[in-house]
Design a protein around this ligand. Structure first.
Ligand code: NDP
Length: 344
């Protein structure tokens, strides 16, 4: 079978491609926009003959995927749509973040319907940003706000343009909603599943990708590695985490497990604060002790308990049936990789 992976040069997508190729069950066609990154990816996969990479124009062009699917469509069995803007330095939030996310999704679904008659499953990488809403101003501080696979981010477009993070959340929400709507409207032969991860952490697929600035979602670990010993660490940077290898694995599970058809899968293991990372690094990497901030070890536990929201993803966990990696292992793997290729 042949799997199409959009945005194959991405942090998560590279792990997906690796797991697909490692399984030795699939041919992979990946899309890219940047030729240099594509050449690097081909080389990293040692020119594996089961991987081909095709150039797709910017996601903002509604016809971007149609052009490619006119040629490759009949070969495709599964689509994993991961490409979406994740650049928080974007200036024009509507045109550089929201529009490409929406048009990319619309374009690839339409191209699949029109030119890829053998596709059985379509899996979209959405986000927990499409699930969680801003905290309501009138919330009861003694009650936790619970989100599940049924929850949707309710922030409107006009309230989402004040910063890149809310624009990103809007882009993911609008794109995912559109996918479900189109799927309902067009009655295609393929099933739809969305994967909604929280903050994705974990090593880069290839060590060379860890040589400079790490990818966007690993920024929090990057920042910590560049602290000074006496810098303060607050527990205000917090959220929930999931390992990138588990995110990739969930995409592969969607291909083989029909029980996942039609579901939104919230991928989340547990919560963190910045102190959680500091404690793991200071405990496990004596060579970094005294070089980076220490904060108040252990103070993350209480801060985590006090966080106002709960992500109840037991439905997803039952459906997937595998254990997600825990923060200690994830952070250790990230730092080991960084230490291999960077002088800290
Ligand atoms: P990356 O930025 O590493 O990957 C994004 C991919 O999309 C890249 O291949 C990128 O191309 C491509 N892309 C972005 N904008 C455009 C555009 N305008 N036109 C064409 N291609 C574009 O991020 P991740 O791997 O982390 O993210 C992958 C998916 O997972 C995204 O849909 C993201 O929203 C979602 N996600 C990520 C989370 C995280 O914590 N990382 C959490 C939840 C969801 P290029 O390589 O050329 O930049």
């Amino acid at each position: 079978p042949t799997v199409f992976v959009s945005g194959a040069t991405g942090y998560i997508a590279q792990h997906i491609v690796k797991q697909l190729l490692d399984s030795q069950k699939y041919n992979v066609i990946g899309s890219y926009r940047n030729t240099e990154k594509a050449d690097q990816l081909r080389a990293n996969f040692k020119n594996n003959s089961h991987l081909s990479l095709v150039k797709v124009e910017d996601l903002g062009h509604i016809e971007a995927f149609a052009k490619v699917f006119q040629e490759y469509g009949p070969k495709l069995d599964y689509i994993l749509h991961t490409a979406s803007p994740l650049d928080f330095s974007a200036k024009d939030l509507e045109n550089d973040m929201i529009m490409p996310a929406i048009n990319g999704t619309k374009g690839i679904i339409q191209a699949t319907v029109n030119y890829a008659p053998n596709v059985k499953k379509f899996v979209m990488t959405s986000s927990v940003a499409a699930v969680m809403s801003p905290l309501p101003a009138d919330r009861d501080p003694h009650k936790k706000i619970v989100y599940t696979e049924e929850s949707w981010n309710n922030r409107k477009l006009e309230d989402s343009l004040n910063n890149a993070y809310s624009a990103y959340s809007y882009s993911k929400t609008a794109a995912e909603k559109l996918a479900w709507e189109l799927h309902k409207e067009l009655h295609p032969k393929f099933s739809l599943t969305t994967i909604n991860p929280v903050l994705v952490l974990g090593p880069q697929c290839f060590d060379s990708n860890a040589a400079g600035k790490l990818n966007v979602s690993s920024e929090i670990i990057d920042d910590l590695l560049h602290t000074k010993p006496n810098d303060e660490i607050t527990n205000t940077r917090n959220g929930s985490y999931i390992d990138v290898r588990d995110v990739a694995r969930a995409h592969l599970e969607c291909i083989t497990n029909d029980n996942l058809d039609g579901h939104r899968l919230i991928l989340s293991e547990a919560k963190y604060t910045m102190q959680t990372f500091a404690d793991i690094i200071n405990k496990n990497f004596p060579q970094l002790k005294g070089k980076i901030a220490k904060g108040v070890p252990g103070s993350d536990k209480k801060a985590i308990e006090e966080l106002p929201t709960v992500l109840d993803n037991h439905v997803t966990k039952e459906l997937l049936g595998f254990e997600f990696k825990k923060i200690d292992e994830i952070v250790k793997d990230v730092i080991e990789q960084v230490l291999k290729v960077q002088q800290l």
